[in-house]
Design a protein around this ligand. Structure first.
Ligand SMILES: Cc1ncc(COP(=O)(O)O)c(C=O)c1O
Length: 429
């Protein structure tokens, strides 16, 4: 790998007009945000936000084209100096180095500590869409820990999951250690295919299919999935809460079935509104993903499901291998998924809590543009600066490298946490 470094001496207010184009995130004009950045480092970080598919056209002294070139802008606090490093990688697109990279997942408290230091009052982690109101853990029999999970218990969990999600039988249920494990396994089941992901969305779909050697396109709407052989949509979507009409999904699933394709509907946040779910429609051409950890607030348990017609379900389950879910997770899942009273009351509670969060965000002058009852999406002109401000106050939210105006904010776990968020937002200028 060749490495070259150049230092430009530029006035801070160097004039440029920038146009950023990204087929995935739609065109952004970041000029106002770059101009408002307090330091070159912040401006550099802002520029780094452009997603990997972009081309950047600066009609000023700096000109980059990320296709075939991996670049890193480094600023210092001294105005007038900007260092530019190039890693020349031939025609290979490569992942960005970590220096200014924003987190790619929520919940990374170690990363947050490396960036902001350890907050004296401890972290208030609002960077995920995991419920802070967890299902009460039952006392488990020692065998759950001691013995390998047996077929009986796995079958019972499949039956309970089939009833909870509305599929016709346990032969349509695949279990795994979180739906992420299924997202990783699915690309291995198909020969290289044209895959369309409706986005922006949970980045692991695109990452896993790309890694699996498939040809990926990121599209903004279902209609643009066009002639893809695999289409992936998250419903409701993370992070913007976008919902997709069931009839449109049904039509696409039928179309997929007709030509041997597959529609994958990721309903990780589907427990919040069962009327949206495509699970009862499962048939050839359609696979639905469900996550256990988010709604039940037990993400560390690692439990997730795919719902699919029996032959695809068998292929997927066998790709995941024996004992895909540990004994304690099976035991908790079996009880929790059948606890209809708890599920109904959790839905109501999450809805109320999300309303309280809206109140705090809008009172702070922030625009809530979407979300689900497990998180809200804020559109703010200086979202990264706000992310840093909150981080320095021990509150972690989720920024997005590909969308510099977005912040995802999870539910505060009660009165005190809400007051802390309120205070930190009040101190934001
Ligand atoms: C849309 C979506 N799908 C799937 C997952 C994976 O969740 P899990 O593996 O915990 O089921 C996530 C996690 O954030 C997600 O946001």
């Amino acid at each position: 790998m060749n490495f070259r470094s150049r230092v430009y001496k530029l006035p801070w207010h160097f004039s440029y007009s920038a146009a950023y184009f990204c087929q995935f995130c739609c065109p952004y004009d970041l000029s106002a945000d770059v101009a408002a950045a307090p330091t070159f480092a912040a401006a550099g970080r802002l520029l780094m936000a452009c997603c990997p598919h972009f081309s950047i056209d600066l009609s000023g002294p700096l000109c980059f084209d990320r296709r075939g070139l991996l670049w890193l802008l480094r600023g210092t606090r001294r105005p007038g100096r900007i260092e530019e490093r190039f890693y020349v990688m031939g025609s290979q697109a490569s992942p960005l180095p970590d220096l200014f990279a924003l987190p790619t997942h929520g919940g990374d408290l170690l990363g947050a500590e490396a960036r902001f230091g350890r907050p004296p009052a401890g972290w208030l982690d609002l960077s995920t869409g995991i419920s802070p109101f967890a299902y009460p853990l039952p006392t488990l029999a020692p065998e759950c820990w001691q013995r390998l999970p047996d077929r009986d218990r796995e079958d019972r969990v499949r039956r309970v999951a089939a009833a909870a999600y509305g599929v016709s039988g346990p032969d349509q249920v695949v279990m795994a250690a979180g739906s992420q494990a299924i997202i990783q396994a699915l690309p291995r089941l198909r020969a290289p295919s044209r895959v369309a992901v409706v986005g922006p969305t949970y980045a692991e779909h695109a990452a896993c299919w790309t890694q699996g050697g498939h040809q990926l396109s990121l599209v903004e709407t279902l209609e643009r999935a066009g002639d893809a052989e695999v289409a992936i949509v998250v419903n409701p979507n993370n992070p913007d809460g976008r919902r997709h009409d069931r009839r449109r999904l049904q039509a696409l699933a039928n179309d997929m079935a007709g030509r041997g394709g597959l529609l994958i509907v990721d309903e990780a946040f589907g427990d919040l509104d069962p009327t949206l779910s495509m699970a009862p429609e499962v048939r050839p051409g359609l696979l639905v993903l469900r996550s256990f950890g988010k709604f039940f607030g037990l993400a560390g348990l690692r439990l997730g499901f795919a719902l699919a017609e029996p032959s695809l379900a068998r292929a997927l389950q066998s790709a995941l291998g024996p004992w895909p879910v540990n004994g304690p997770a099976l035991a908790v899942g079996e009880i929790a998924l059948a606890d209809h009273a708890w599920i109904a009351s959790a839905r109501g509670r999450l809805h109320r809590e999300a309303g309280l969060l809206d109140g705090i965000l809008t009172a702070a002058g922030l625009q809530v543009t979407g979300g689900t009852d497990l998180f809200r999406l804020v559109n703010a002109p200086r979202a990264w600066a706000l992310y840093e401000h909150l981080g320095h106050n021990g509150i972690l939210v989720r920024p997005f490298a590909a969308a510099p105006r977005w912040l995802r904010v999870g539910l505060p776990p009660g009165e005190q946490a809400r007051a802390r968020l309120q205070q930190a937002l009040a101190a934001w200028v």
